[in-house]
Design a protein around this ligand. Structure first.
Ligand code: HEM
Length: 502
């Protein structure tokens, strides 16, 4: 073919491809989708970081329910409350599956963890253990002393760090929150603390910290390339080796913890997760094997720590940018708790404004921004469109929770909106919805509200400069802050004597 014929044929070929493409989509009633989806990579060429900006501009063009192909993966993106409601009510069982992502292979014990296992008896059993044995209100109530002690320890650390006086010092907040959350969870799991002064010299604590650091590092590298086998092969060959190495280290560490408990006589009232599961194994030897215990330990650490840490970091950032709300919360706590004692869980029911601050934070800055991806196990319809089997579902929680059709003045931090009543229903879903909803909501809420309450009660907080705190969020499926939060922190004069005694 000479160059003149090529020149003539190319537009004709393009027209035929576009017509065929449109015909297939309309005939199958598939959701709107950008044109073209290229061979092999599909719509990956549209993918620019940050992901949420790409998806939000596509949603403006194609509507709140649209369809993408990333490599070999079909993806349904949903950003309206009504469509999300359909996914998690009428289609809840169909979307209760998880896609096979690298995360699930390496961080979800080859898709056997509660987060990454497919919907079925195995997942149901894990979920039952979590909800009834580990994260039930009854169990959380029994373990309340762990949370109270760890929050005390956090304010004690901050007071010491600030020199024990009224002089404000600059603090980086994230490590403080990480210590708190890791200690709460490892005490629930194994009765051990791996962070803080007394753990500094322990070899075991050092190993644990290294494993957690490496897990976070590798998790942050998987991100979006995971969606295509081609990119996986190209980008992730080395990463996979690191994941395998890490799994071995983590497995050895956790097995040692289990072996320590096996045979020990720890039959007290406040049992650890390991002890509870070993007891269940004794009663039913075919269940709750060591691999299941290790998988649960790892999952709770992964699912529970960074989500709560990021929420606390966002809450402090929003308060630093809105000091009048911070003072309002301080007044509420002073009126209910007084100045002679530290806030405890028994006060929380009387602190509605403090709760509203956390809810408003989770509305504006939901840390699991697109939920954890779901996958359809059968074909179904969403908003009248046909959704094929095996489609990955991404729910844009942030878009839903900031939709001006549901939320008045959504871009402004207004905690009181949660006290003014009004039914927000599926317009508010920071912990997800339906069968796969977060089972750790009760624990997260208790720790995060108590910790924020203690920080507000004990210290005065300020931005490190006149400039507002930067609220830019990270580029991936999760939404941590891009800039680590620093704040000025000084003990409140009325709290110095109490803090000196802790
Ligand atoms: C502020 C803190 C937290 C937030 C915002 C949060 C949010 C979420 C979200 C959005 C999901 C996915 C729901 C879906 O797939 O549709 C999830 C799943 C999950 N979360 Fe949380 N979470 C938090 C803390 C915790 C804690 C403290 C734990 C336990 C220690 C926990 C354990 C889990 C587990 C096990 C799952 C997987 C559930 C399943 O697939 O069946 N989370 N979380």
């Amino acid at each position: 073919m000479d160059s003149v014929s090529l020149y003539l044929y190319f537009p004709v070929l393009l027209f035929i491809t576009a017509a065929l493409y449109l015909y297939t989509r309309l005939a199958n009633n598939l959701p709107p989708t950008p044109f073209p989806a290229l061979p092999i990579i599909g719509h990956l060429y549209l993918l620019k970081k940050p992901l949420h900006k790409t998806l939000s501009s596509l949603s403006k063009k194609y509507g709140p329910v649209f369809y993408l192909r990333y490599g070999s993966r079909q993806i349904l993106v949903v950003s309206s409350p009504a469509a999300a409601e359909e996914c998690f009510t009428r289609n809840d069982i169909i979307f209760a599956n998880r896609p096979n992502l690298l995360f699930g292979k390496h961080l979800g014990n080859n898709f056997t963890s509660i987060v990454w296992s497919g919907y079925g008896d195995y997942w149901r059993n894990l979920r039952k253990i979590c909800s009834l044995e580990i994260l039930s209100s009854h169990r959380l109530q029994k373990l309340s002393s762990i949370r109270v002690e760890e929050v005390r320890s956090m304010v004690k650390h901050l007071f010491r760090f600030s020199g024990g006086g009224l002089q404000a010092v600059e603090m980086t907040m994230k490590p403080v929150f990480f210590e708190l959350m890791f200690n709460v969870l490892t005490r629930m799991i194994a009765g051990k603390r791996y962070y803080g002064e007394e753990s500094e010299k322990s070899e075991e604590a050092k190993q644990f910290q290294e494993i957690m650091k490496e897990t976070a590092r590798l998790a942050s590298l998987t991100d979006m390339g995971d969606f295509s086998w081609f990119l996986k092969w190209f980008w992730f060959r080395d990463l996979e080796k690191n994941f395998v190495e890490l799994s071995k280290r983590r497995d050895r560490f956790m097995q040692n913890l289990i072996d320590e408990f096996r045979g020990s006589d720890n039959k007290g009232n406040n049992k650890t997760l390991i002890q509870i599961l070993l007891d269940l194994h004794e009663a039913e030897p075919e269940y709750y094997k060591d691999d299941d215990i290790k998988s649960l330990m790892q999952t709770l650490l992964q699912a529970g720590v960074s989500t709560s840490v990021d929420t606390l970091e966002w809450a402090m950032s929003l308060l630093l940018n809105n000091p009048e709300m911070l003072h309002k919360a301080q007044n509420e706590i002073d009126n209910v708790v007084g100045k002679d004692g530290l806030i405890s869980e028994s006060h929380l029911a009387e602190l509605p404004y403090l709760h509203s601050i956390i809810k408003e934070t989770l509305r504006m800055c939901p840390v699991v921004r697109f939920l954890i991806p779901h996958e359809s196990s059968e074909e179904c319809t969403v908003s009248g469109f046909h959704v094929p089997r095996g489609t990955m579902l991404l729910v844009d929680v942030k878009a839903i929770q900031n939709d001006p059709k549901i939320w008045e003045d959504p871009e402004n931090f207004r905690p009181q909106r949660f006290q003014e009543g009004g039914n927000v229903g599926l317009g508010f879903m920071p912990f997800g919805s339906g069968r796969r909803k977060c089972p750790g909501e009760g624990l997260a809420t208790r720790v995060v509200v108590l910790a924020l309450g203690a920080l507000i009660q004990c210290f005065n907080w300020d931005r490190i400069s006149e400039e507002m705190v930067d609220m830019t969020e990270g580029p991936g499926l999760f939404a941590p802050r891009v800039v680590t939060l620093k704040a000025k922190c000084g003990a409140r004069p009325s709290m110095v004597s109490l803090l000196s005694e802790i």
